[in-house]
Design a protein around this ligand. Structure first.
Ligand SMILES: [Fe+2]
Length: 384
């Protein structure tokens, strides 16, 4: 075993009804005036009422920034940063899915650092700490509430890239499964597949270590157990709790061990074709697992077990292949898109996509099996 380090973000509060404590948690973290970053239309929802009630109970003034967009462009983060600075907020609260949380994280560092979000895409390019920030996920997917990454589309370059900096770690996160009860089945399905991708990829990453593996493996177990149920019966609080906890654990796994080729290969789908992050990852996860499984059979056999498959009496190799089947079956059952052609992506785009995916080098370096340009094309073809 080599040297490893482990980090988890700020204070994490979890549980049904915990949104009541949000105002107090922000106060405790040091926030006095809050910029609330949400999707347009979120202000009309039940969860928003609960959130503002909790802030008001604590006497915390807040300003609403509701210009978040799906697969956000860097300019949206710039506007968030300007609003935080202009309104003299000292705390940025991201409420929603990955887009809202990523926008909040970037706005917090832009407010203190100036410049534009695109200046900071890459690794460790943010010079100074940002404003305090807290995250309230309303999907069980990205794990952005515990990671140091915020992903944006750079419009000029039509490229999707992350701002990766320790200054992006939130000071606090609050996860209330009741806020996820009204998520529609399709969103539950593809955000859940993103969370499963984080768990499987971080578990099988070359950078995985004993501490990160605990989180990743338990994430796989919880998601494997409850994703079908959460899609079929959205009002099932136990399934929703498993999913939110599972995506949190997967997020901690990912923050410490990284992701692998699934995320690299799905970046161009978002950057070029605006395919939602979870849809792209859900589609590519089984194919990349198939590509990797026999390069790391012991680990993939453990993935099969964590997915709830019976592996007694099976060889390690067959257990590893069972993990691939298990995830494929799950994806089919919850009806995530399984083909690039169904998303309107033509085969002629593959060489450009592969070239771009190979530039997303960090996850590729973590992949248990080297991925060549030809391999990337083959994987796209397999899911065409
Ligand atoms: Fe992801």
């Amino acid at each position: 075993m080599g040297v490893f380090s482990f980090r988890a973000a700020g204070e994490i509060t979890f549980g049904p009804g915990s949104v009541d404590r949000l105002g107090a948690a922000i106060r405790k973290a040091g926030g006095k005036k809050v910029l609330v970053v949400v999707d347009p239309g979120f202000a009309k929802t039940g969860p928003f009422v609960k959130i503002t009630r909790s802030l008001e109970k604590e006497g915390l003034p807040f300003v609403l920034f509701d210009q978040v967009e799906p697969e956000p462009r860097t300019v949206i983060a710039d506007r968030g940063g300007e609003t935080a600075r202009g309104e003299k907020c000292d705390f940025v609260l991201g409420v929603g899915g990955g887009s809202a949380m990523d926008t909040a994280k970037a706005a917090a560092v832009l407010a203190t650092n100036g410049g534009q979000a695109r200046d900071y895409q890459g690794l460790d390019k943010v010079p100074r700490p940002g404003l305090l920030k807290g995250m309230v996920p309303t999907t069980a997917g990205t794990g952005s509430e515990v990671t140091f990454t915020a992903v944006f589309i750079n419009e000029e370059e039509k490229k999707k890239a992350g701002i990766n900096s320790p200054y992006l770690y939130p000071e606090m996160s609050l996860l209330d499964p009741e806020l996820t009860l009204s998520l529609p089945p399709a969103v539950t399905a593809f955000t859940g597949m993103d969370a499963l991708a984080h768990a499987v990829e971080s578990f099988t990453s070359k950078a995985a270590h004993p501490l990160s593996e605990m989180f990743s493996l338990e994430g796989i177990r919880l998601i494997g157990k409850s994703l079908r149920r959460a899609v079929e019966k959205g009002s099932d609080l136990e399934a929703r709790s498993d999913m939110l906890l599972g995506s949190l654990l997967a997020g901690i796994g990912l923050a410490n061990a990284g992701v692998t080729a699934v995320h690299s290969l799905s970046y161009p789908l978002g950057g070029r074709f605006r395919v939602p992050h979870g849809v792209g990852n859900g589609l590519l996860l089984p194919a990349v697992m198939e590509f990797n499984a026999l390069f790391l059979p012991e680990k993939f056999a453990r993935v099969a077990e964590a997915m709830g498959e019976r592996t007694e009496g099976l060889s390690v190799k067959n257990s590893a292949l069972l993990a691939v089947e298990s995830v494929k079956r799950l994806a089919r059952d919850i009806q995530v898109p399984m083909h690039l052609s169904h998303l309107g992506i033509p085969e002629s785009a593959f060489p450009g996509m592969a070239e771009e995916a190979l530039k997303v080098t960090r996850p590729l370096e973590n992949n248990p099996r080297p991925v060549s340009f030809e391999d990337a094309i083959q994987i796209y073809r397999r899911v065409f």
